[in-house]
Design a protein. Structure first.
Length: 131
């Protein structure tokens, strides 16, 4: 069994779990923005530009250790950086650059925002379908 050029089941499991967490968080964050974008269409374009810019800013193609200054500070507040660096740590054996407490704190904050999106969507869904 080979997945993305890897046959090590540990890497496959970790990569899959990180992708699932990112997908759930991404949908939750999208649900937070959905009501605003529905009313103000231009906000959707701004969000698209930020997501496109984020594609080049995030430390996926390069190590987090190569960043410095404000770029490094921004990346240390994004859960995607934690996931990418965790996969590097598992795959290459590189040292994990974040303290466990920081990883948990930032992940919980983003997770709560994501949960708020799911909760808000659920309440909007039930509010719009009542007779």
């Amino acid at each position: 069994f080979m997945f993305l050029g890897q046959s090590d089941p540990i890497i496959i499991i970790h990569f899959t779990m990180v992708c699932i967490v990112f997908a759930v968080m991404g949908v939750g964050l999208g649900l937070v923005l959905f009501p605003v974008v529905l009313r103000l269409k231009d906000i959707g374009k701004i969000v698209r530009y930020f997501l496109f810019m984020g594609f080049f800013i995030q430390a996926v193609l390069y190590d987090f250790s190569l960043t410095e200054g404000i770029h490094r500070e921004m990346l240390s507040c994004l859960p995607h950086t934690f996931g990418a660096e965790w996969i590097r740590h598992i795959h290459f054996g590189d040292p994990y650059p974040f303290e466990f407490s920081r990883t948990i704190t930032i992940s919980v904050l983003w997770g709560l925002i994501s949960l708020f999106g799911y909760w808000r969507f659920d309440s909007n869904r039930w509010g719009s379908t009542t007779w």
